[in-house]
Design a binder for this molecule. Sequence first.
Ligand code: PNS
Length: 166
Amino acid sequence: MKRPIAVYPGSFDPVTFGHIDVVNRATELFPKVIVLVARNPSKSPLFSDKERVEMIKEVFNGNKKVGVDVFDGLLVSYAKRKNASVLVRGLRAVSDFEFEFQMALMNRKLDPSIDTVFLMPHARYTYLNSTIVREVARLGGDVSGFVPPTVRRRLQEKLNLRNNSK
Ligand code: PNS
């Protein structure tokens, strides 16, 4: 059976080692994984969608199985347009489950031909999320164990800019 194209949507503000672990696992299962950055106007991200896309591209530079894109519509419509029939989401802990379950069932209701696959990142990333990384960086903590060097640099630049404009 032909393996389907997968879409891995998220805010990625910024991409962390946890996200990267999920992408790497997904590329073992699917021939093509599109990491899809949500514009999400209801959130006010630290990084613009362009910056978030750039960081992900830098991380997966040279990996032909990984594509990066940005969207602001319905996820299932995007997936359909790209001929993708699988959505990938990371599941770290039971606390993630309720929201993820709701989203997966809503997406199935909207398009029954698209399935959601949950992948568990390595246990060492269970506590990791982008909000915590932004917070640690903002307070001057060391984020090198949570994000790749390119993201760490950009976090520093972004936070320095913010501090200088205050
Ligand atoms: O990284 P996040 O913030 O948990 O990602 C959430 C995201 C972007 C996957 C979710 O908000 C989403 O799918 N947005 C697209 C809008 C949509 O299709 N909504 C209906 C299904 S719930």
